[in-house]
Design a binder for this molecule. Structure first.
Ligand SMILES: *Cc1c(COP(=O)(O)O)cnc(C)c1O
Length: 368
């Protein structure tokens, strides 16, 4: 069995991810819907996710870093070969220009210096080079400042040799529909696009798609919703669940009342108890801070974690669950608790719960 050597398995439903992409397409009829596959597709596996989305018709992908794009490129055909655009969100670093061109990658340019680098490279290579222009409308993180946009508007030759694929911006608080920041960013983006040379636009992330027609564009860039995270946290989750995380029970022992369990003896059995030791710990990305809030599920019933979470192991009180024996798999993410629920219980967000899942957890894929 492939899982014999694994302590924990992440079962990824590629069909559900594709269904989520299709749902987002029906909500964004103004233009295309990309797949954001940064951070290894939010922990689920960028190559498999991108291939499934490509097969479904997705033609635009984004990673955060150049390294992520280089790792994905061999698994994703180029646009010129009937594949997809692959763009890098984090900006152009000096010295990487030739790699972008050789690998057919599109840089997202978010500073005057980056534009200057790409313009120089286009001139020296003697051919137009594709790029996405990132305008900052409220994040103050990446993206052209208002001063830089004004500079470009006044001197469009700064874009000489650059084939603008899209002008994009990124929403700060799209998951809160009533946040006034959304409308402010919409106005700033419209003003920036009006000042810049005409180009297709890319606006909404997952939650932005659900803000309505004002936030529609030529290309939406969802990540989280593809993977089942609720893009509308104040309403029911319209997305399908995509992951199940299960971990193996290594041992079960019965301890007398008064026996402490785990590092620093933070929990002591009040009665005779059956304790299951499970092969999942903080080195798997199940953070130590979740000790007080973790529930596992077995046969649809909750099983409480007791004691500390250690690097490779956790302990659960299974006194009420006589069917749990060594070799049983307990569910940490799934029907019982999704990543958003784990996050809500532990002061995080679903993005962090998924992207924390370590490479040591074996990924298994359910095909469409
Ligand atoms: C991560 C990211 C996205 C995707 O955001 P989600 O909230 O996961 O949909 C889109 N655009 C940019 C610039 C990003 O950094």
């Amino acid at each position: 069995m492939a899982e014999a050597g694994a302590g924990a398995l992440l079962q990824v439903d590629l069909g559900a991810i594709v269904a989520n992409w299709r749902l987002l397409c029906t909500r964004h009829r103004s233009g295309a819907v990309a797949g954001v596959v940064k951070a290894n597709a939010y922990g689920l596996g960028a190559a498999r996710v991108a291939q499934a989305l490509l097969a479904a018709g997705c033609r635009h992908f984004f990673t955060a870093t150049l390294d992520e794009a280089l790792a994905l490129r061999p698994h994703l055909r180029r646009e010129s070969e009937g594949g997809a655009m692959l763009a890098v969100l984090s900006g152009l670093t000096p010295g990487t220009e030739a790699l972008y061109r050789a690998q057919g990658l599109v840089p997202v340019l978010g500073a005057a210096e980056e534009i200057a680098l790409w313009r120089k490279f286009a001139r020296e290579s003697g051919e137009a080079q594709p790029a996405i222009l990132h305008v900052d409308t409220g994040m103050a993180r990446l993206g052209l400042t208002p001063t830089e946009v004004a500079g470009l508007a006044g001197d469009p030759t700064q874009l000489a040799g650059i084939a603008l694929r899209y002008v994009m911006t990124h929403l700060v608080a799209a998951e809160i529909a009533a946040d006034p920041m959304n409308q402010r960013q919409r106005q700033r983006f419209a003003a920036a696009c009006a000042a810049l040379p005409a180009a297709a636009r890319s606006f909404a992330n997952s939650s932005g798609i659900f803000l309505g027609a004002d936030f529609a564009s030529d290309l939406a860039r969802p990540g989280a919703a593809l993977y089942g995270i609720n893009p509308t946290p104040d309403a029911a989750n319209p997305m399908r669940r995509t992951v199940r995380l299960i971990a193996r029970v290594q041992q079960v022992r019965t301890i007398p009342a008064g026996t402490p369990v785990g590092y620093n003896a933070t929990w002591t059995a009040a009665r005779e108890s059956r304790i299951a030791t499970v092969a999942l710990g903080y080195a798997d990305g199940w953070h130590r801070s979740r000790a007080g809030t973790t529930l596992a599920f077995f046969d649809g019933r909750a099983v409480p974690l007791v004691g500390r979470i250690s690097m490779d192991l956790t302990t659960f009180d299974v006194t009420e669950h006589p069917a749990i024996i060594p070799g049983t798999w307990l569910e940490l993410l799934g029907k019982g608790r999704d990543p958003d629920a784990v996050a809500a219980a532990s002061g995080s967000n679903g993005y962090e719960v998924l992207t924390s899942l370590a490479p040591r957890i074996q990924r298994q894929y359910l095909d469409q």
